[in-house]
Each structure stands twice: as structure tokens, then as C-alpha cells.
Design a protein around this ligand. Structure first.
Ligand SMILES: Nc1ncnc2c1ncn2[C@@H]1O[C@H](COP(=O)(O)OP(=O)(O)O)[C@@H](O)[C@H]1O
Ligand SMILES: O=COP(=O)(O)O
Ligand SMILES: [Mg+2]
Length: 558
């Protein structure tokens, strides 16, 4: 393949439709949004509430992937490309993706606005600052932290135990030096000395709150019940107890309103919310999904990382808000298949098919899980430049023999044109819908049973075990009535197991739950496994080194 221009060059060179016209395609009037800059719009509360109350009769397509390599297998590219391809087929199709975090942009993965000729645009504005939602969440998060430390400093009821503080600070950055810090140094005028931590904003509980809130009153209820500390009697202290709820919700007032932009094909794209799918639920906001389902016939959304993370969390956490997928697309790539078929040692130039064949087990595992839940998953073989026809044919043959529809997707190189067959297959599957979709577990099940269900049925574990701390946490959850919440299992994305170096389909292992805590704001229990990082670090060669801005303001290197 001859090389194509960079994502930034493609995005900068594209001509964009006026955002008013994109909104009009969805039946949104100028009064339904406020323009931000020339190609972005923020939907009004009224339009959002109207959509939430309206008939969301669009068909929902969830894009997930097999267990990914570090670079990612192209879920965002496939999501955006599918939206473009459905548009080519004359369908009224919208996509909804998350707002990219600056952490990965300056770190390893780079932007998250798609790539090649399958991008939401303008990608530079979407990747850097966008409409300020992540900044607002960061400010709101740190307002709580400041009021918490001020409460410690001023004293008074509730008497918070400095060692009982569980609320970190947040920053939208990969900054390992902030993982463990000490605050309040310099004498009593400077507050109460204590150990503290920073998390990346995508891991903030408020990010998950913004993704789940349905309106301002709901936002305030969710913010108010966020647990920030425990008092000297071990009782939880909430944002309400700090009397910070109103201010925090005020700062988030506009961050809960979805943003509208467009794909390179000029089709509508909502970009809103930004939780990662290892430490949170990993999909775009419920409000963006509802808006899209009300105003478009087909809505394509992405769940982060592999199907064991983002898709499982969508089924067990998000879909309980009356958002059931009508079809699921599983992205597979030759690179990921080889990676899993060679224990992560794949030599990309190795054209022999055996590593590829070995890797099918990981793809089949995810397909088994999705079929057990009731889907007829469509496999999107996201074609990379070095893929050979023999490799692509081997994957299609394997899927055909398994009775699964698989289409090669070339949307990265050819935009919607490159995904027509895939779009046809997805449209048919979405039109057929899913007969009896059910989450994997009932909310009445115990937290232990919920974790066991996901670990054995989705991850393929033999069972689960809890550390002493996790057993204590379990009792605490039951005592405080959090037992009936869904569970958000925080696990490494690079493996089905909690061992980041175990590729393919690990067997004969048990999932170790280290800690459990209630994320009362979004309304789920977080189960920490392995050594999942909530504040990533920058790599030896940060992608930030390649970013620049020209004299005319054009950003390059994204
Ligand atoms: N078919 C492809 N050819 C070349 N690069 C691709 C292709 N698909 C995705 N990429 C690149 O790989 C990276 C990950 O893609 P992305 O869609 O963000 O994956 P995910 O959402 O699954 O993490 C991005 O830099 C993207 O531009
Ligand atoms: O939460 C992770 O999302 P991606 O898999 O799209 O990077
Ligand atoms: Mg993505």
C-alpha cells in the first residue's frame, strides 16, 4: 500500500459541512444547540431532555474488539467508518464516541478520534481541549478535594480521619510522579499533612457520573452521594456532607450536555464523556446515546478495550438504563491474532499463517461469549497496510467455518467506501435485532456472585479469590447496602486474565480481587484486580515530542 497522509493532514485538509446542516440531518433545530467555534455544537438541556423522553427507536450497534495490543485494534476507526459507510448506503446514521483524554495523546496511543479516512473532525480540536468537558470534570473533581482538605484543616463535623480519605485529586495527564504524593506540608497553616494521590481524569468517579447522569437533578443526586472519606467511626462521608454538591454540579452544568461534530463524510458524530474501560465503564455518555437513538436510525458506539472490558461493562452496567444493543461488531486484526497466537512475540513480518491460526482462539473466545449473551456478532477485520490477502482470507475462512459473518473493513484507507459490505451486514444484523438480550447477572446476586459470573463466563477464569482487604471491603459493601449494584471490574486490557503478559486464552487461573469500593456516584462497585494503574505514566518517547503548532495555528503531529 502506498502511504496515506497523516490523520492531522487528512483532517486539516477536509472541508467540513456547517454544523447547522449536520444537526439538521438529525432533525435538530438551531435552537437545540449552541455553536462552539465553527464546527462544534453543544446540545441544549431542553433538546437533551426532549430526546431522553422521546422514542429512542434508532438501532444501537456496539463496536468492541478481541483482546487488543497496546496500539489498539481500531474500534474507534471502525465505529466512525461504519457511520460513514451507513451514510453512503443512504441511512440516517450517527456515531457516538468518547472525548479523547490528553493522557494517551501525549503518551503512547495518541488521539482517539479515529484515524485515516475514518475520523471525527476537526480532529485537532476534538483531541485538544474540545469543548472543555474534561477540564470541567477535572476542576469539579479537585474542588471536592480542596473542600475535603479544607474540612480537615478547619475541623468540625463529620470528624474525618485523615487516613480515611479515599478521594484523590485528578489531572488529565499521564504523570507517574503524582501517583503518590504528600499534601499539607509546611506547617499547620498549610493544612493537614497526609498521603494523597492523583488519578487521570478519565478515571475520576465524576467522569463516570457525567457519563451516566440523565439531567441536572440526577447529576446532583449522583454527585451528592459520592463517597470521599470515612470518619473516625468508619462511617462514609459524602460530597453532600461537605456541602459541595451544588458547586460541583454548577461546574459540571455544561459538561453533561453532549457535543455534536461530524465525520469526514459529514455525517453526525456525538463526542461526549470519556471514561476508560479498564477503571470505569468505558463508553460514551448515556445522554449522547439517547440523543443519537432519538434522532438517527442507526447509532454506532464504541466500548473501550476488548469485549471482556468495555462490552461486558456495557451489557452489565450501561444497558440497564434502557440502552440495549441491537447488534455487536467485534473488531479483529491480523496483528492482534498473530500477537495472541505467538504469546505476544509475533514477528509482524512472519507471513506464515500458523501464528495467525493460533490466535483464533482469542477471537473465538470473545465470539463464544457474545453468542452466549444472545448476539450474532459481526466480525470486522480491520485491514492494516501490511496485511496480506492470504492472511485476510484465512480469517474470513475461519469465521465462515464457524458460521459467523466477517467482512474486511478498509475504512481507514477508504472511508465509508471501505466499509460498505460491513455496513450492509451490520444493518441487517441491527434490523434483525437481538431476541432476548439479558445482562450477565441479576442485581440481586451478591457482589461475589457477580464478579464470579464475569470472571468465569467472560474472562475464562476457573474461579475468583479475594485478598484479606477485599474480604473486608465485601463486608463493608454489604453493611452499607451497596450489594445490589452492578460491578465494574478493573482489569488489565491486554489479557483476558489479570496477568498482562498472558495472551491467547489463559486457562487454569483464578481472578484475584485486591480491593472493592463503591462508586456511589455512577452507581456501581469497582473491583480492583492485578495492578491496574489509575494514573498512567509517559513512555520513554512520549508522543508529545511529535506535537507542534505552526504560525497559522495548525497543530501537527497528533
Ligand atoms: N486499518 C488501520 N490501518 C492503520 N492504522 C490503523 C488502522 N485502524 C486503526 N489504526 C490506528 O491504530 C490506532 C488505534 O486505533 P483506534 O481506532 O483508536 O483503536 P481502539 O479504539 O480500538 O483503541 C490509531 O492510531 C489508529 O489511527
Ligand atoms: O478505554 C479504552 O478505550 P480504547 O480501547 O478505545 O482505547
Ligand atoms: Mg477507541
Amino acid at each position: 500500500f502506498d502511504a496515506i497522509p497523516s490523520d492531522a493532514e487528512i483532517s486539516n485538509a477536509a472541508t467540513y459541512r456547517p454544523i447547522e446542516d449536520v444537526a439538521a440531518d438529525l432533525g435538530l433545530e438551531p435552537a437545540d444547540f449552541e455553536r462552539i467555534g465553527t464546527h462544534k455544537a453543544k446540545i441544549t438541556h431542553e433538546a437533551v431532555q426532549r430526546a431522553s423522553a422521546g422514542e429512542q427507536d434508532g438501532r444501537l450497534v456496539l463496536v468492541t474488539a478481541m483482546t487488543p495490543t497496546r496500539a489498539g485494534e481500531g474500534k474507534t476507526v471502525t465505529t466512525v467508518g461504519l457511520g460513514q459507510a451507513l451514510g453512503e448506503l443512504g441511512e440516517n446514521a450517527a456515531v457516538a464516541v468518547r472525548q479523547p483524554s490528553l493522557g494517551p495523546i501525549f503518551g503512547i496511543k495518541g488521539g482517539a478520534a479515529g484515524g485515516g479516512y475514518a475520523q471525527v473532525v476537526p480532529m485537532d480540536e476534538i483531541n485538544v481541549h474540545f469543548t472543555g468537558d474534561i477540564h470541567a470534570i477535572t476542576v469539579a473533581h479537585n474542588l471536592i478535594a480542596a473542600m475535603l482538605d479544607n474540612h480537615l484543616h478547619q475541623g468540625g463535623e463529620p470528624a474525618i480521619d485523615p487516613d480515611g480519605v479515599v478521594w484523590p485529586r485528578a489531572m488529565d495527564m499521564n504523570d507517574r510522579a503524582l501517583r503518590n504524593v504528600v499534601v499539607g506540608l509546611g506547617g499547620s497553616v498549610n493544612g493537614v499533612p497526609r498521603e494523597a494521590e492523583f488519578v487521570i481524569t478519565a478515571a475520576s468517579e465524576l467522569m463516570a457520573v457525567v457519563g451516566m447522569a440523565s439531567d441536572i437533578p440526577d447529576l446532583k443526586r449522583r454527585v451528592g452521594r459520592v463517597i470521599v472519606a470515612y470518619d473516625v467511626d468508619g462511617d462514609s462521608v459524602t460530597v453532600d456532607d461537605l456541602e459541595a454538591t451544588g458547586a460541583v454540579a454548577a461546574v459540571l452544568r455544561d459538561a453533561i450536555r453532549p457535543n455534536l461534530v461530524q465525520t469526514l463524510a459529514g455525517t453526525p458524530a456525538f463526542v461526549h464523556g470519556g471514561p476508560f474501560a479498564n477503571i470505569a465503564h468505558g463508553t460514551s455518555s448515556i445522554l449522547a446515546d439517547r440523543l443519537a437513538l432519538t434522532h438517527a436510525e442507526y447509532v454506532v458506539i464504541e466500548a473501550g478495550f476488548g469485549a471482556d472490558l468495555g462490552a461486558e461493562k456495557f451489557f452489565d452496567i450501561v444497558s440497564r438504563n434502557d440502552l440495549e444493543p441491537d447488534a455487536v461488531v467485534l473488531v479483529a486484526t491480523i496483528q492482534a491474532l498473530k500477537h495472541h497466537g505467538s504469546d505476544g512475540l509475533a514477528d509482524e513480518t512472519d507471513d506464515s499463517l500458523e501464528a495467525l491460526q493460533e490466535g483464533f482462539e482469542n477471537l473465538d473466545h470473545h465470539l463464544d461469549v457474545l453468542e452466549r449473551i444472545g448476539f450474532e456478532p459481526i466480525v470486522a477485520i480491520n485491514r492494516f497496510p501490511d496485511d496480506t490477502p492470504a492472511e485476510l482470507e484465512a480469517v474470513q475462512t475461519h469465521c465462515r467455518e464457524r458460521g459467523v459473518t466477517a467482512e474486511v473493513s478498509d475504512v481507514y484507507r477508504n472511508g465509508g467506501e471501505g466499509g460498505i459490505e460491513l455496513a450492509r451486514a451490520v444493518r441487517d444484523a441491527a434490523d434483525r435485532g437481538v431476541l432476548d438480550f439479558e445482562p450477565l447477572y441479576d442485581l440481586e446476586a451478591s457482589v461475589r456472585e457477580k464478579i464470579e459470573t464475569v470472571a468465569t463466563e467472560v474472562y475464562g477464569a476457573d474461579g475468583i479469590e479475594f485478598t484479606a482487604q477485599a474480604r473486608t471491603d465485601l463486608e463493608h459493601l454489604a453493611e452499607h447496602g451497596f450489594d445490589d449494584l452492578p460491578v465494574c471490574i478493573s482489569k488489565v486490557p491486554s489479557s483476558l486474565s489479570d496477568d498482562p503478559t498472558a495472551f491467547g486464552v489463559p486457562s487454569g487461573w483464578t481472578l484475584t480481587v485486591r480491593r472493592l469500593y463503591p462508586a456511589a456516584g455512577p452507581g456501581f462497585v469497582v473491583a480492583l484486580t492485578g495492578d491496574v494503574m489509575k494514573m498512567p505514566g509517559l513512555p520513554a518517547e512520549p508522543a508529545a515530542k511529535t506535537l507542534d503548532v505552526g504560525p497559522d495555528g495548525t497543530i501537527t503531529g497528533l
